[in-house]
Design a protein around this ligand. Structure first.
Ligand SMILES: Cc1cc2nc3c(=O)[nH]c(=O)nc-3n(C[C@H](O)[C@H](O)[C@H](O)COP(=O)(O)OP(=O)(O)OC[C@H]3O[C@@H](n4cnc5c(N)ncnc54)[C@H](O)[C@@H]3O)c2cc1C
Length: 272
């Protein structure tokens, strides 16, 4: 296997945290495989989380009505984005695999990481409305979520108090990563590390280290391909695709459930 470039986008405030240990294990495992590993340590970098006019240098095109998406796309085209965004975009451009490492905050990622997403994934650079999802700009790259929770796994199930984790993952894995074209690898979830014995945490790290040996060759999650939808009809799912799926007991994806039960674990396991 050729050496790969791995970017770890990391959001934790403490070097003594379990997230730090997980991140360190990934760095070591990829380096041992001959990969180049770059870490964006967002809190250490004091990464700016807010999408504002300051992200554009050299003047705003429409100061009366500032439109972040349009202004930053133009700034990207003209090489006028702020240096911190340009630096992250260079790392992302070079990366074959991007790992987002974070503690779950409010069912999603911490604000500083969402800020990275908002600011670095500029229209034109990271996504194009004309070529979304399976046609997306990063279709030759892989990405995955690796995160910790305070909740136990049972709490994030279809009958658990927090509901189905597949539903929680869908907006990030589909709406952000897959929308930009990334092949999304199944997530790595470390359930409630603060609430299990030390041996259980050691065992989680061991399992992660084992997975890291073959991660670059893993199959991605399944999503509905772009050509399943009809541009002329407001991107509705094509009738023949729906008919082809009519015999299945499950919906096509978490989002495209077609009024049926969700495909079990489709945001957790490849090939579902
Ligand atoms: C604003 C906010 C919102 C939140 N929202 C949610 C939510 O929606 N859902 C949810 O489930 N949780 C939520 N949480 C909880 C949060 O997800 C957890 O606190 C976090 O995931 C725990 O991970 P950590 O790395 O911070 O753990 P830590 O507390 O840093 O570590 C856990 C344990 O691992 C130990 N440890 C560190 N390194 C190692 C090592 N190398 N080997 C073995 N053990 C080690 C530590 O000493 C500690 O005992 C939220 C928290 C906040 C602050």
């Amino acid at each position: 296997m050729a050496a790969k470039n791995v970017l770890i986008v990391y959001a934790h405030q403490s070097a003594a945290s379990f997230n730090a240990a997980v991140k360190k294990a990934a760095e070591e495992a990829f380096k041992a495989q001959g990969c180049d590993v770059v870490v964006s340590d967002l809190y250490a970098m004091k990464f700016k989380a807010t999408a504002t006019e300051d992200d554009v240098t050299g003047g705003i095109k429409n100061p009366e009505h500032f439109c972040y998406g349009e202004e930053t796309m133009t700034a990207w085209q003209e090489g006028r984005l702020s240096p911190d965004i340009v630096a992250e975009q260079k790392k992302l451009k070079d990366a074959d695999l991007v790992i987002f490492q974070f503690p779950m905050y409010w069912f999603t990622m911490p604000a500083i990481m969402k800020g990275w997403i908002d600011r670095v994934l500029t229209k034109g650079f990271a996504f194009s409305p004309e070529k979304p999802y399976s046609e997306g700009i990063f279709k030759n790259k892989k990405a995955m979520l690796s995160f910790t929770t305070n909740s136990h796994e049972t709490m994030f199930s279809a009958s658990g108090i927090n509901g189905d984790i597949n539903v929680t993952l869908w907006p990030i894995q589909n709406g952000i990563l897959h929308f930009c074209g990334f092949q999304v690898l199944p997530p790595q979830i470390f359930w409630a590390p603060a609430y299990v014995p030390q041996e259980a945490r050691a065992s989680m790290l061991e399992t992660w280290t084992g997975r890291l040996q073959g991660l670059l060759n893993e199959a991605p999650l399944s999503f509905a391909p772009c050509d399943s939808f009809d541009l002329e009809k407001g991107f509705q799912m094509k009738v023949d695709v729906q008919e082809k799926h009519s015999g299945s007991p499950y919906g096509l994806t978490v989002g495209h459930h077609l009024g049926k039960p969700l495909p079990p674990n489709s945001q957790m396991k490849a090939g579902v």
